[in-house]
Design a protein around this ligand. Structure first.
Ligand code: ADE
Length: 243
């Protein structure tokens, strides 16, 4: 089974790369090899019997779509796990909290001029849903390890939101709990190509007037929180496969 581990920024996947350099994980990460393709580096590794392709796309929906499609079409990924950070919309979400997307939408996709709802284009859908099986594995891991994991709607757009008015609009229009800049693009690609996917984010900021400061401050920590959880999911998937 080949699994893609994807982030948008180097910082978001760096915990995996650091682990791969580290002695204990080298036991599991074997056959380490790198490929530069389409402007991004893809790392292939073996982890507990799973084939892994790991990489980051660069920020934004187009970059994310390219990387997700490349991981699937060129590297043969059969499942995709996304790890990274997000801005909180739901006030119950605080810095470091984990949110798994139950639905994803594009808050900046707008042909309302033609009478369509926000986030909709013909032959598409406003909300794309991740794999139920992967969500189930995530809930199991969270329960077993006692890690609080929330589920919710993630809204994606090609904008860093640092504005309470825009944030409130996204929350109201899409019933969104968190926002970021790649998840829905990955979701659309995986959905179209029938590849089960899972989008995990750890909160780095509240998408408000402090967002740029908070993002810089908490990017590393929140990336670590998200990566650790994805690693635990990989272990669960590997154990399931071994049985
Ligand atoms: N990712 C993390 N925080 C974000 C924000 N405030 N806006 C967009 N993407 C983000």
């Amino acid at each position: 089974m080949k699994i893609a581990i994807m982030g948008a920024m180097l910082e978001e996947v760096e915990p995996f790369l650091e682990l791969a350099e580290h002695e204990p994980l080298l036991k599991f990460f074997k056959k380490h090899s790198d490929t530069f393709y389409g402007g991004n580096t893809y790392h292939e590794a073996k982890y507990k019997g799973l084939d892994i392709v790991l990489g980051y796309s660069k920020i934004g929906k187009v970059n994310a779509g390219l990387t997700a499609a490349t991981m699937i079409e060129k590297f043969g990924a059969e499942k995709l796990l996304f790890t990274g950070v997000a801005g909180a919309v739901n006030p119950s979400l605080k810095v470091g909290d984990l949110i798994a997307a139950t639905q994803l939408c594009q808050h900046d996709l707008d042909i309302t001029a033609f009478g369509h709802p926000h986030g909709y284009v013909p032959e598409g859908k406003v909300y794309v849903e991740p794999s139920r099986e992967l969500l189930h594995i995530a809930r199991k891991v969270a329960e077993e390890k006692g890690i609080p994991l929330k589920g919710g709607i993630i809204a994606t757009g090609d904008q860093f939101i640092a504005d309470p008015v825009r944030k409130e609009w996204i929350g109201k229009t899409f019933d969104a709990d968190a926002l970021e800049m790649e998840g829905a693009a990955v979701a659309v690609v995986c959905d179209a190509l029938n590849v089960p996917f899972f989008i995990l984010r750890s909160i780095s900021d509240a998408a408000d007037s402090d967002a740029t400061f908070d993002f810089d401050e908490f990017l590393k920590h929140s990336s670590q929180v998200s990566s650790s959880f994805i690693l635990a999911m990989l272990e669960e998937i590997a154990d399931d496969q071994a049985q």
